[in-house]
Each structure stands twice: as C-alpha cells, then as structure tokens.
Design a binder for this molecule. Structure first.
Ligand code: PLP
Length: 446
C-alpha cells in the first residue's frame, strides 16, 4: 500500500466504521459500484454549493457532484425553493400533471431530435427503451455500440465493456454474469473515434441486420469526436435504415441546452438524458422522432407495441426539479460561465503538469476536466495510454482527498475526473490547482 493510501486508511475513522457496518448488509458495502473509491468511501454528512462535509467533520471541494447530476451545485437556492413548494403541494399522484406537460414542452423546444419525450427514472431505463424502440422500428436485432463506453447495465448494454488496460485483469470482459448467451451475441462494438473500424463492423455484421447504434456523442464529455466520426455514423445509419441513438446522460444539459447533438451539430434519431437535468432527483428522458416513439402508442396492435411504464414516470417532484433546472440553465450567463470554468481548469492543470514534467494531460469539454496520466493524445478510451504506475493514480487521488479535493479515480481513461458546477468559485479552482501541485510533488517528486 502506498504511503498516501496508508494515510487515508488511518485518517477517516467514522467513514471507516460506517463502511465496516455497510459491508455486513450490502454487497461490497455499497449500493452502486461507482460510489466507493479507495480503501473505503468518504461518507457524506452534508453538502452546500460546491462544498461537502464528511461524517468525520472534514470539509472538501466537491468535484464528483454525485457523478455528474449536481451541475448547479448542492442546494441551489432556487431549486430548493421550487422543491419545497412542490413537496408541500403533493409528491406523487397517478393522474398526470401540468408540470409534466410543461416539462415535455420545454424539452421538445430545447432538444433538436425531440418531437416527443418519455420520462423514466434512470439513464439505463431510457437506453433500454431506446434499444427496444430501435428493434421494433427496424425489425432488426443487432445493436452496435462503442467499446468501453458505459451506457447502463441492462442486458443489451453491457456486452462490449472490458477491464481497462491499467487495471488488474486488463482486457477481460466485464459484467456479463446473468446476461443470456443469446443476448450477448446481439451487441457488437467498435472503438470511439475509429471511423474505419465502424465501417468494417457494419460490413461484417451486415447492414440489413443492424437495428441501431448507441453511443455518446463525446465520450463522457471528456473526449470529443474526431472530424467526420459522428457525421459518418449519422450518414451510414441513415443509408442502411438503422437508428442513431445518442446517449446524452453525461453530455446532455452539460455541454449546452441542446446537449452534444447541438454542440456537434449531428442530430440522432433518439437521445437519452439523465443526471444534470434534475438536480439530483431521479429522472431519465428518452427524446426522439415521433414516428419512432410512436411504436409505444396504443394505436399499434398490442402484439407489436413497445411497452414501457413506470410508477414514478412524470413524478411531480422530479418534474418541478427539472423545470427549475431549465430556468437556471436558460439564464444567459450559465453556459458561458460553465465553459469558462472548464477552460480555466484545463489550462492551469496543464501548466502545473508541464512545470513538473510529469506525463499528464488535461482533457475534457465544457465543465468537465480529466487529468489523464499520459502525455500522448487521448483519442479513445480503449487506448493503452498509461505512463505512470497504476498505484500512482490512487496515490494522487488519495493526496487530493487528504488535501480536501474530491475527484473520481475510476474510469477507462487512466485519469482523475472532475465535474465542475455553477456553484464552484474562482477560489475553489485556485485551491484545486494548488492542491494538485502539492499532490504531484508528493507522488512524483519523492
Ligand atoms: C453515459 C451514461 N449513460 C447511461 C448511464 C446510466 O445512467 P443511470 O445510472 O441513471 O442508470 C450512465 C451512468 O453513469 C452514463 O454515464
């Protein structure tokens, strides 16, 4: 165990105690694998704006933001007010509400590919629905996806995930337990930004067997598409009668109100959203063309109809949150500010790593920063890029936590990942850059 991980191990006593209790009643002590990092997770006591306090009384600047949803920061006053108003009105009912109509109208107005929308409770569910609609609409079974790009945990969405090159068991398939053999064979994959590989795969599979392609327009809002990559996929899917599905769970509402499709100017047939739209409440959205979404309509013969439902779909509390988020996102300075902050972080991180002459690179789009542990260009998550020892990533992560900075160290790109919110201040960023400077000194300067 590295010295800094050891310090971490000894430091957060109450978090450690909670984790010991959790392990007795929850598998691996967590409710989702991404929510634990290091020897044990930091347990949150409260959060406000861009800051978070743990159960041991330590204060942090939060660059995890719930793995992306808290784009406006924690407890944004306007969102909190709208949630409180809705909480004292009603939480859930089984008849529709004006809120859900208003929300659907505003989403259709904002999202280029949206003629209609359907609400779910998670990004995974929105993607499950997208895949089912694509299969129903085209009458074909095969789904193409980007290798190593997490798009949810459903049967169709998991094949194509492999253990990252910088982790033990590198290259082995990941998460296939319980996915039927017959289903596994229906999902095929290509590398992000590999246009030739995509074209070869289409030829191999056969164009009349492909129902659709599901992919993020920019890999986790960290890697943008190379020129022509999205455009080729758009053109080919159209030519062969397959659907293009953009997973905008991370890019959506983060790169701009129109998501990645507006940012890159490539419009898919269907697009899923989640995370940033609802200020921490559970909402997934599938948006898309009327003729495709219409496969769910009761006018379709029952045996052909695509069925999707949910007790919490259109939940008033969630709709109120999303409407309030859209109000804030619609302010003229919101996106310029988010982009400015991301640019400042990437620029200053790059200056620090250059000064230390360590093999690290700042990448990311909009309010997303990844500090990749390589000095080579990062083009795809499936490249083997690592230029430091895998333990050094953990040591860097621990050094930052010990210095009051929460980042994500898990992922395909060997990197530390930071989500930036509207609540982050210039001072928060200055403090991050200084903490990074000290962390590099501790890990690589010794
Ligand atoms: C790109 C992407 N798609 C889909 C999902 C799944 O969303 P959810 O966790 O809401 O099911 C995630 C979750 O991290 C994601 O990052």
């Amino acid at each position: 165990m590295g010295a800094l991980i050891q310090q971490y191990q000894d430091r957060f006593k109450e978090s450690q105690r909670l984790f010991e209790r959790a392990k007795r009643v929850a598998v691996d002590g967590v409710q989702a694998p991404g929510k634990a990092d290091g020897p044990y997770p930091i347990y949150t006591a409260k959060a406000q704006g861009s800051h978070l306090w743990d159960v041991d009384g330590n204060e942090y600047i939060d660059y995890i933001l719930g793995l992306g949803p808290m784009l406006l920061g924690h407890n944004h006053p306007y969102i909190t007010q709208k949630l409180q108003e809705q909480l004292s009105t009603y939480v859930l009912n089984s008849t529709p509400t004006a809120l859900e109509v208003r929300l659907a109208e505003r989403l259709v107005e904002a999202i280029p590919c949206a003629d209609t929308v359907r609400f779910t409770t998670s990004g995974t569910e929105a993607n499950m629905l997208a895949v089912r609609l694509a299969r129903s609409y085209t009458g074909r079974d095969i789904l193409l996806r980007v290798k190593d790009d997490y798009v949810g945990w459903a049967d169709a969405l998991i094949p194509g995930m492999f253990v990252p090159a910088h982790q033990p068991g590198a290259g082995r398939a990941w998460g296939l337990g319980g996915v039927p053999e017959a289903t596994r064979g229906l999902t095929k994959w290509f590398d992000f930004n590999d246009t030739e590989g995509f074209l070869r795969l289409v030829d191999q599979v056969g164009k009349d067997r492909i129902a659709g392609v599901i992919m993020e327009p920019a890999y986790r809002a960290s890697l943008g598409p190379q020129p022509g990559f999205l455009e080729t996929i758009r053109e080919v899917t159209k030519d062969i009668g397959a659907l293009l599905i953009f997973d905008e769970v991370v890019t959506g509402f983060r790169l701009g109100l129109q998501g990645g499709q507006g940012y890159f100017g490539v419009i898919p047939d269907l697009a899923s959203f989640g995370k940033a739209i609802s200020a921490g409440l559970p909402l997934g959205i599938l948006a898309g063309r009327r003729d495709i979404m219409g496969r769910m309509a009761t006018s379709i013969p029952s045996e052909e109809r695509v069925y999707q439902s949910g007790t919490w779909s259109g939940m008033p509390l969630v709709s109120a949150a999303a409407l309030a988020v859209l109000d804030v996102l619609g302010q003229p300075d919101t996106y310029p500010k988010l982009h400015r902050m991301g640019e400042r972080m990437r620029r200053e991180v790059q200056e620090v790593v250059c000064r230390h002459e360590v093999p690290m690179t700042a990448i990311g789009l909009g309010p997303v920063l990844e500090i990749a542990f390589t000095d080579e260009p990062v083009i795809s998550p499936s490249q083997n890029l690592l230029k430091v020892k895998p333990e050094d990533i953990k040591e860097m992560w621990a050094a930052l936590v010990l210095d009051g900075m929460l980042t994500v160290s898990k992922g395909y790109i060997p990197a530390l990942r930071c989500f930036i919110s509207l609540a982050h201040t210039e001072d928060d960023m200055t403090r991050f850059i200084s903490a990074l400077d000290r962390a590099i000194e501790k890990v690589f300067g010794r």
